[in-house]
Design a protein around this ligand. Structure first.
Ligand code: PEP
Length: 259
């Protein structure tokens, strides 16, 4: 059975001591989690030290970005090799904050995805429309454009290592969550894109996460929604109790599915 994911995106929050304290508390909180892949994506400065703690657990480490070059004169950037050596297994790519604030283009995100795969990092590729695009009925067109560009020429053999996150921009950090119907429609369409480019089985195996104002109070309903295979969580991942409660919702759902 496909394992669902609960991934924490801390963005630019938590210094090193705060990150380590959170991680120590979380590992105790999640001792009974067996069915869910939990991923922590802290800021770069905390990666190595958190990785040393997580290496003794079943929780995975992820980064929030990488640069598409192997190395070189790119002041302020970080490479796939550096992330690997800091214990990262996953990397978030194409987050809307990277696309909109830092002007990352589809072409650059594609290069980053290839670089992540080349170094054995698992990309969590974020796709999502703005409110304006949704209101103009362009959601599916936007998702297709972002998907097609990112996965152009990616071989099917690499797909096991890829995760997609549907993150409507209007739901990120706003407290406005997509309705289960809105999320289900987008996820279904993304899965169809994978099936069209590859195969039905590749599409069924692809883990497609929902992100955008996921909280303990809406996680049960969302995780039970068709085609949602887990969450990418921003604000609610900053407290052990709220992130732990969301992980528990995913775990409870998986446990029920097993029966
Ligand atoms: C995110 O930044 O990926 C995110 C989903 O944020 P939030 O949960 O705060 O909406």
């Amino acid at each position: 059975m496909k394992r669902y994911i609960a991934a924490a995106n801390w963005k630019m929050n938590k210094n090193v001591p705060e990150s380590l304290e959170f991680t120590r508390q979380l590992t105790k909180y999640l001792l009974n989690i067996r069915r869910t892949d939990v991923i922590l994506c802290p800021p770069f400065t905390s990666l190595f030290n958190i990785g040393e703690i997580l290496n003794k657990t079943d929780i995975y480490l992820g980064a929030q970005n990488l640069h598409q070059a192997d190395s070189g004169a790119f002041t302020g950037e970080i490479s796939a090799d550096m992330l690997k050596s800091a214990h990262c297994k996953y990397v978030i790519l194409g987050h809307s904050e990277r696309r909109h604030i830092f002007k990352e283009t589809d072409a650059v995100i594609h290069e980053k995805l290839l670089k992540a795969l080349e170094y054995g990092l698992k990309p969590i590729l974020c796709l999502g429309e703005t409110l304006e695009q949704r209101e103009q009925n362009k959601t599916l067109e936007v998702l297709k454009k972002q998907y097609d560009s990112a996965f152009n020429n990616v071989p099917e053999s690499a797909l096991n290592n890829c995760v997609i996150a549907y993150e409507p921009v209007w739901a990120i950090g706003t407290g406005v969550v997509a309705t289960p119907d809105q999320a289900a429609e987008a996820h279904r369409e993304i899965r169809k894109l994978v099936a069209t480019q590859y195969t039905d089985s590749a599409a069924n195996n692809m883990r497609i996460l929902y992100g955008g104002s996921v909280k303990p109070g809406n996680a049960d309903e969302l995780i039970a929604t068709d085609d949602i295979d887990g969450f990418l969580i921003g604000g609610a991942s900053l407290e052990v109790d709220s992130f732990g409660a969301i992980v528990q919702s995913v775990e409870n759902f998986m446990e029920k599915q097993e029966k």
